[in-house]
Design a binder for this molecule. Structure first.
Ligand code: RM4
Ligand code: MN
Ligand code: MN
Length: 396
């Protein structure tokens, strides 16, 4: 590998950080049930411990995203405890995710619920979530809504759009100047007829209506199968509306598989659009890279390490695209050369350069191997096995 190649890989890795989801360490399942893992995290503290371990081994995951309902059982009062976990496990709280989908009251929606009392309840939770973020010094509050309907004619789609606009505007008014709202979209599930924020265009319009500190969040699992996600990314970049990512992979729907496991070239193309934007404009794209995965069969910690190292590889490969050559080839409609600029970068094995970078930082060369040698998994398995055996494994 030429030294300029490894210089490029080093430079790319210096700027790349990715946030871990607290819920990615806990037991999750499918709608048919859960297979319980004896080592899965059972408390917020254990989630911080696991995230801290992944950060210790990889050096690139300094923050952990929190889901308010699952991680802050005492709401705003939970923040003191969370600060203690953060300092104990050397990983800071990251993006705050309000939970507007699990309470019984949200059966017919949250921001889009026809009942004003429920919309107000959703707003109270939103305000609390923003306050939690403020106390934890978290910049981003990320909204994913399950709101939608299952049968034609059952919901007033335009009216609900107005309620969403009002709700997000009100949320925006609560922000401190340095905070942001991220608006996530998803085409279906749990609603199967219409979803209130079903695609990036809806998320974009609502974010614009909410105010200047609202941006769109792209969850790579939240698209129809053939959709060109990198084009969405390019458009959002050009509109200065790309706030962040939830990375995971999928084959069919919102499968939440480990990143790049099905289609690594797609993630590469997404990263390429970001690098290309930065190269052309000379601007740094201010994007929160986050993982949102929850596969239930792979070991939680190993799955997370796999995803983080894959993210580094794909980000570094995309940084190797010869942008100058690409721009010239595009201008001259030299299709084969333009396409090859991407393919050559994608085909480069960046793993040796990444290992060198890790060693230069005093990090283990191979985080997975280091994890397996560390004894951490054996320790938590012993500590948590009994607690996990009481976990509910059926959804019925
Ligand atoms: C949703 C969406 C959200 C995540 C929940 C648990 O499908 O991806 O980001 O918070 O799942
Ligand atoms: Mn998501
Ligand atoms: Mn999802």
């Amino acid at each position: 590998m030429g030294s300029s190649t490894s210089d490029k890989v080093f430079a790319a890795l210096e700027t790349f950080r990715i946030e871990l989801p607290s819920w990615g360490f806990a037991n999750t399942g499918t709608r048919f049930g859960k297979f319980i893992q004896p080592a899965a995290a059972t408390t917020t503290e254990e989630k911080f411990s696991d995230a801290g371990q992944v950060h210790l081994l990889t050096g690139v995951c300094p923050t952990v995203a929190l889901h308010v309902l699952w991680d802050c059982p005492a709401g705003v009062q939970s923040t003191d405890e969370i600060k203690r976990f953060a300092s104990r496990y050397a990983v800071a709280p990251g993006c705050i995710n309000p939970n507007l989908f699990q309470d019984q009251e949200y059966k017919y929606g949250s921001f889009g619920n026809p009942d004003e009392a429920v919309r107000q309840r959703a707003m109270r939770h939103t305000k609390d979530s923003i306050e939690i973020a403020r106390r934890l010094n978290s910049r981003d509050i990320s909204f994913w809504f399950a709101d939608g309907s299952n049968y034609p004619g059952t919901a007033n789609i335009r009216q609900r759009k107005e309620w969403f606009t009002d709700g997000l505007k009100m949320a925006h008014q609560q922000l401190s100047p340095d905070q942001r709202i991220l608006v996530e979209y998803k085409p279906f599930e749990p609603a199967f007829y219409h979803t209130d924020i079903a695609d990036w265009g809806m998320a974009l319009l609502l974010s614009r209506a909410a105010g200047p500190q609202a941006k769109v969040l792209v969850d790579t699992g939240h698209h129809y199968a053939a959709q060109n996600i990198e084009q969405i990314v390019a458009w959002l970049l050009s509109e200065n509306m790309l706030g962040g990512f939830h990375f995971n992979d999928r084959r069919y729907a919102d499968d939440d598989l480990t990143m790049g496991s099905i289609d690594p070239y797609q993630v590469f193309r997404i990263f390429h659009e970001i690098h290309f934007f930065e190269w052309e404009t000379g601007q740094r794209a201010d994007i929160a890279y986050m993982v949102d995965q929850s596969h239930n069969l792979k070991g939680k910690m190993e799955a997370m390490i796999q995803t983080v190292t894959m993210a580094q590889q794909l980000f570094a490969k995309a940084a190797l695209v010869d942008t100058k050559k690409l721009a010239t080839a595009q201008k001259n409609c030299n299709l084969v050369d333009a396409e090859s600029a991407l393919q050559d970068a994608f085909a480069t094995d960046v793993r040796p350069a990444i290992q060198e970078w890790r060693e230069s930082k005093g990090l283990p060369k191979d985080p997975m191997e280091a994890f397996r040698q560390s004894g951490y998994l054996e320790r938590i398995t012993k500590e948590r096995a009994v607690k996990n055996s009481h976990n509910v494994s059926s959804y019925a």
